[in-house]
Design a protein around this ligand. Structure first.
Ligand SMILES: C[S@@+](CC[C@H](N)C(=O)[O-])C[C@H]1O[C@@H](n2cnc3c(N)ncnc32)[C@H](O)[C@@H]1O
Length: 248
């Protein structure tokens, strides 16, 4: 397993939601897309693998009254602790592959921005096939192989080295037998420069935790020089949605 470097989520759990709270609209927009791509209905049993602090599961419940609690799986106790204790979210501290091996049947499963941590991707997809009912949907969300974020050059290079290519994942899912549809959804983002720099300083994306303090400071200096005449940073976020349906 390719576990997050040096307790990344232990360090970041306390600020994770704040890093994203800049844009409740972004969370709402993405959640609505998740609901659409999953064809979610109130009787569905739903699993959120790599749920983190449950940002998206919590938002799903604002839009749809599911009859069963959402099963929220994550190996990080610190991230799971941020999920409010209530009967509508059921947190399970477990690695995603291990969870996928446990007996159980679900209508819908999603995994957002966590697939880069899982080495045994084919095994995971085979197991998820077993966990889904016929007609069930597994939705995989990840960033594309290249991102246009205003980061320093070494950060972008490292990202490109680490991020799995969505086409390879589509191929694996098809090999398992899923019928696969994919879509790339764009969302324009805009931050005051100081806010974005603070997010980078807080290593808001997983691969930033691989830079030590000196390297990160050098990266921030490079960004400062590059964007010296800007007070606001505008760029687009692209999210790849891969919907894998188990045929009836
Ligand atoms: C970038 S966060 C995404 C959290 C959430 N899905 C979201 O979009 O806000 C990645 C999450 O994957 C979890 N993770 C790391 N390794 C994992 C594994 N092997 N199986 C399942 N989740 C894992 C981390 O603990 C972290 O909470």
């Amino acid at each position: 397993m390719n576990y997050p470097s040096k307790n990344h989520y232990t360090n970041i759990a306390n600020i994770y939601d704040n890093l994203w709270s800049y844009s409740p609209e972004y969370i709402k927009f993405t959640t609505q897309k998740i609901i659409e791509h999953l064809h979610l209905i109130s009787t569905d049993t739903l699993v959120d693998i790599g749920c983190g602090t449950g940002i998206y599961s919590k938002e799903i419940l604002k839009h749809i009254q599911l009859q069963q609690p959402i099963i929220c799986v994550d190996p990080s106790a610190e991230m799971l602790e941020k999920i409010p204790a209530n009967s509508r979210l059921n947190p399970i501290k477990m690695d995603g592959v291990r969870f996928s091996q446990k007996l159980g049947f679900y209508d819908k499963i999603f995994l957002k921005e966590a697939i880069h941590y899982i080495e045994e991707k084919f095994l995971l997809f085979q197991n998820l096939w077993q966990r889904l009912i016929p007609g069930g949907i597994f939705l995989l969300l990840l960033l594309p192989p290249i991102i246009e974020y205003p980061l320093f050059a070494k950060a972008l290079e490292l990202y490109e080295k680490k991020q799995p290519h969505y086409q390879e994942l589509i191929d694996l899912l098809q090999k398992v037998g899923f019928a696969v549809d994919s879509d790339i959804i764009e969302y324009p983002l805009e931050f005051p420069k100081s806010q974005y720099f603070a997010m980078v300083e807080n290593r808001y994306m997983f691969f930033l935790s691989e830079f030590n303090d000196t390297e990160l400071a050098a990266g921030l200096k490079e960004m400062e020089e590059k964007y010296q005449d800007k007070s606001v940073l505008k760029f687009s976020d692209h999210m790849v949605f891969i919907a894998a349906t188990k045929p009836e």
